[in-house]
Design a protein around this ligand. Sequence first.
Ligand code: FAD
Ligand code: EPU
Length: 343
Amino acid sequence: MQVQQSTSLLPYNTFGIDAKAQFFASFSHLEELRSLLAYHKELSSIHKYIPLMILGGGSNILLTQDFNGLVLKNQLKGIELVGEDADHYYVKAAAGEVWHELVEYCIAHNYAGLENLSLIPGNVGASPMQNIGAYGVEIKDVFHALEALDINEGTVQTFSNTDCEFGYRESIFKNKLKGQFIILNVTYRLQKHPVLNTSYGAIKEQLELMGEKELTIRNISHAIINIRTSKLPNPKEIGNAGSFFKNPQVSKFKLHVIWDDYPDVVAYEVNSLTYKLAAGWMIEKCGWKGIRRGDAGCHAKQALVLVNYGKATGKEILDLSSEIINSVKEKFGIELEREVNIV
Ligand code: FAD
Ligand code: EPU
């Protein structure tokens, strides 16, 4: 167990924010994690309570200040087939595995279900945190179970799909159980007989552009990778954490009010009473797309993504997000909610 002090978190967050962690350590075994938690308890008894942060790939956080606490970087590794039935393969992946590497592994073995979630940055352990989703699929559609360590009790608990209380970019771990569990591994229930999902319009267009006649999980993955790289900034080149805000859900009545003034409003039906609005469209309508404030900016190809062109601080990006929230509220009467975890 090695604990470093005053460590720069620059290499550990995709926004490229240069904040420091007072204490920093990584763990690659459960026992190592337990020792670090014991160390955390000891630290907390000396100073008063010391905050704790579990870090995966750092692709869904915005560091707005130095972290005066202990950061634990998850390096748990391993992917294995743990079971199968007539229709499914059950694949268990350790929380520190890189998400897209798991997707690639499943495609190579012809286990279907993760292909629409290709190229999402980050690690397996964070995938249930906000029920990651893209191109018509959410993790809840393929999630079987997870094991997590109860930080206070030291016990390992199993959570089923319903236990996780998944919702749009939500789970029990962001709400009722926030900060109480460390996810150790996740088991996904993947299909033996692929049910391909091309419901998201852009996928079919992209497959046609690629000249692909055959529908396979590999081709769908390629199409998704092409779509994503055409509009989302690569964090290795421009700092970002993907969509900064959630797409808000509104009533049919509210949608009609907006429709009257903006017939081009982009909305998707959730159910007969509720619609999801494209926040990127609203932000663009407010004139933010491509706007830059120093090194903080609103991406020129996708207004829902805030970016760090180099040396922006987390505070500057947070301030820009507040300005965007205010102007969307003024124009549309809707308060955007941040999707990124603010630290
Ligand atoms: P981190 O940023 O490290 O952590 C996120 C949160 O989860 C933190 O609060 C952290 O403390 C907590 N956490 C992490 N691991 C654990 C654990 N093992 N146990 C307990 N808590 C933990 N997301 C989507 O849903 N769909 C997309 O299409 C998408 N596209 C993106 C595109 C880009 C370019 C980028 C940069 C991000 C995108 N994201 C997307 C957001 C992000 O990739 C996901 O939320 C991802 O799951 C975050 O994983 P991470 O390992 O980087 O999490
Ligand atoms: N749009 C605009 N202007 C913009 C951006 C979007 O008008 O600048 C409109 C367009 O009409 C576009 C529509 O919004 O067709 C939807 O845009 P897009 O397909 O890019 O999806 P999104 O709603 O902006 C969501 C997720 C993404 C996910 C994609 C694909 C959220 C908060 N974001 O974005 O997830 O990859 O759909 O499924 O739900 C993330 O969470 O970090 C993320 C990138």
